[in-house]
Design a binder for this molecule. Structure first.
Ligand code: ADE
Length: 232
């Protein structure tokens, strides 16, 4: 049976979806509240994971083990890593990787977790295409990009750090959970996609931009998730 796990790191990334769903039951686990029910005629489990890669990985594993989800969608906001990707635009993942992993001393490429066997975790193609095509319908004024999403346990707000991440990984946007959700979904053989709306440019202006734009950006991403659900 199709059952979609929807993860947002922060309440504002999932509050609109929670408000619209018909909740059948709620369950607490690892200090997270999992809401199970239907949204837009689709079986869903919606949860706020908390910020960062450990919270997001734990949350993904719980969705797989306790709720048996068939697909995972991560919705939220991110910092842009490309000049042409503007605040409010949406990035849909083609793949995701950890920009803050470094075991080069033992021969692994920068970003690769030893013994996992790959640098980047590929997103599900069907979910990616669906998200991109729905975005054009739901948000015709917003440009949607499909590309690599990179994650680390840092808020990027320094042009030098941003430029290094861009040079090393060719990402489209940066955030703090997507790669660990991708990593956990990959290990559990569950198809996933990360959908992020841009809240800032991940440079010296990010500290000012983020609080001003996070709410609108989170709403763009959530609206897209809601509309794509029945088509999965
Ligand atoms: N989420 C939104 N903007 C971000 C940034 N600049 N760095 C990390 N995560 C983010």
């Amino acid at each position: 049976m199709k059952k979609i796990g929807i993860i947002g790191a922060m309440e504002l990334e999932v509050e609109a979806l929670k408000a619209k769903m018909d909740i059948r039951r709620t369950e607490q686990k690892a200090s997270m509240e999992f809401l199970e029910g239907t949204l837009n005629q689709t079986e869903v489990v919606i949860v706020r994971s908390g910020i960062g890669k450990v919270n997001a990985a734990l949350c993904t594993q719980i969705l797989c083990d306790l709720f048996g989800v068939s697909h995972i969608i991560n919705t939220g906001v991110a910092g842009s890593l490309k000049n042409e990707i503007d605040i409010g635009d949406i990035v849909v993942s083609t793949d995701a990787l950890h920009h803050d992993v470094d075991v080069r001393v033992f021969g692994y490429p920068l970003g690769e977790v030893p013994q996992v066997g790959r640098l980047a975790f590929p997103a599900d193609e069907h979910l990616g295409k669906l998200a991109a095509s729905c975005c054009k319908e739901v948000n015709p004024d917003i440009t949607v990009y499909q590309g690599r999403i990179v994650s680390g346990d840092q808020f990027i707000s320094d042009k030098k750090v941003k430029d290094e991440i861009v040079d090393n990984f060719q990402g489209f946007c940066v955030e703090m959970e997507g790669a660990s959700i991708a990593h956990a979904a990959y290990l559990n053989h569950v198809p996933f996609v990360v959908i992020r709306a841009i809240s800032d440019k991940a440079d010296d202006s990010a500290e000012m931009e983020y609080p001003a734009f996070e709410k609108a950006a989170a709403a763009h991403s959530a609206a897209l998730v809601e509309h794509m659900l029945p088509l999965i």
